[in-house]
Design a protein around this ligand. Structure first.
Ligand code: LMR
Length: 394
């Protein structure tokens, strides 16, 4: 039987992570996988998380199961974090999931259960695992134009033109903020135009929000999602706590479904619980519990927000520095978009050949489409990257 298995294509981002680890060169720069690193290259445990962990260790008195949809306190905290008061809590179904990937998977599956013919319109480019999961569960992905490789900006006219092909019951997948892999994001008037189009067509928005707090701030990064929540009758949301709480390996995420009324919400809630049961039964609790403790304790929450803000501002400073250094070396504004982009990533618009040479000749690792993780840099490696890009003719 097992001989009938076919070889699966490797995940390019995770493959790159392994290649970097295996590279014996003493000086190397990892701009690959989307994990935050401080200036020393370390991924720290956030102060508030460490404190919550200690608190929880002292007070936890049982390892028995929680609820199938996850702990209710966590779901309330996540709805508040992402949606604030954009919709009444009674209209939101939610379940805890293993990470943002789990949340994406459950949201896709729910859409497929509701409408087996639903197609998912995905930005071109999008996070490669979106496409891989859709293929795996047999949902059709339809790309829409999103990014202009030359200017580094959103190709908004192209996006609207391509989205005009959505039909009633199709899903439109949008990145809530900090678009992965490009770093180019919609303005609020652009969100509004997409909302009007989706509502006119009867399409269902699905928002993947994995980097809230990494772009323009916690509230600002949720503004597009909240606008959709206020304006569209049915919305799917996949949220991740991996990045903004720095709890990657704890696998903490949440699927939320905005419904038209409470009866629809109860139906969606029961389906989410069913999906959890079929997939992994009870979702992991530890990371969810830490998030809840942080969100519900004024002092811990303030400290978490302060540290998240330090992280965000640090990435913004690196963006400014890199754009400035490339401007100085090339004498052009070609890379000015790096300072305009937001979040952890920017797609630089370099050819695959240039990306390969940067890796082989300079031990600089970025994803094949020239996506860099800005947090993989520090003030000393920015000039090294800029010089290398110019040297290989990027
Ligand atoms: C990334 O895009 O690098 C992150 O979302 C990590 C992952 O799982 O791919």
């Amino acid at each position: 039987m097992l001989n009938d298995l076919t070889t699966q294509p490797p995940d390019k981002i995770l493959e790159l992570m392994q290649m970097f680890r295996a590279d014996p060169r003493p000086v190397k720069i990892d701009l690959g996988v989307g994990v935050y690193k401080d200036a020393t290259g370390h991924t720290p445990i956030m102060r508030a998380i460490k404190a919550a962990e200690q608190k929880w260790w002292e007070s936890e008195d049982s390892k028995s199961y929680t609820a199938l949809a996850g702990d209710a306190g966590f779901l309330d905290a996540m709805v508040a974090l992402v949606l604030d008061d954009a919709v009444a809590r009674e209209k939101v179904a939610a379940c805890a999931t293993p990470g943002g990937t789990g949340a994406v998977r459950q949201a896709f599956e729910l859409a497929q259960m509701a409408n087996p013919k639903a197609r998912v319109f995905t930005s071109d480019p999008t996070w490669p695992n979106h496409l891989s999961i859709l293929k795996h569960i047999g949902m059709e992905a339809v790309p829409y134009r999103y990014f202009d490789n030359d200017s580094g900006a959103v190709s908004f006219d192209g996006m609207l033109a391509d989205l005009a092909a959505v039909e009633t019951g199709d899903v439109v997948l949008l990145h809530g903020c900090c678009h992965n892999p490009t770093g180019a994001n919609l303005t609020l008037p652009e969100w509004q135009a997409v909302i009007e189009l989706m509502n006119a067509k009867g399409a269902i928005p699905m928002i993947d929000i994995a980097y809230q707090g990494f772009g323009d701030g916690l509230e600002e990064d949720a503004a597009g999602t909240r606008l959709v929540a206020r304006s569209c009758p049915e919305v799917l949301i996949a949220a991740s706590c991996s990045k903004n709480f720095g709890i990657y390996r704890e696998r903490t995420g949440c699927t939320m479904v905005i419904c038209q009324d409470q009866a629809q919400r109860d139906l969606a809630q029961a389906n989410l619980a069913h999906l959890n049961r079929q997939t992994y039964s009870f979702p992991p609790d530890h990371g969810a519990r830490l998030v809840t403790l942080v969100m519900n304790d004024d002092a811990l929450r303030a400290d978490w927000q302060a540290e998240l803000e330090e992280v965000r501002l640090g990435m913004l400073a690196l963006r400014e520095q890199l754009a400035g250094e490339l401007q100085r070396l090339t004498g052009s504004d070609r890379f000015g978009f790096i300072a305009q982009h937001r979040g952890m990533f920017s797609r630089l618009g370099l050819s695959p050949e240039v990306v390969k040479r940067l890796r082989e000749e300079h031990a600089i690792y970025m994803v094949g489409d020239s996506r860099i993780n800005v947090a993989g840099l520090n003030s000393e490696t920015v000039p090294i990257l800029a010089k290398a890009i110019v040297e290989v003719g990027g």
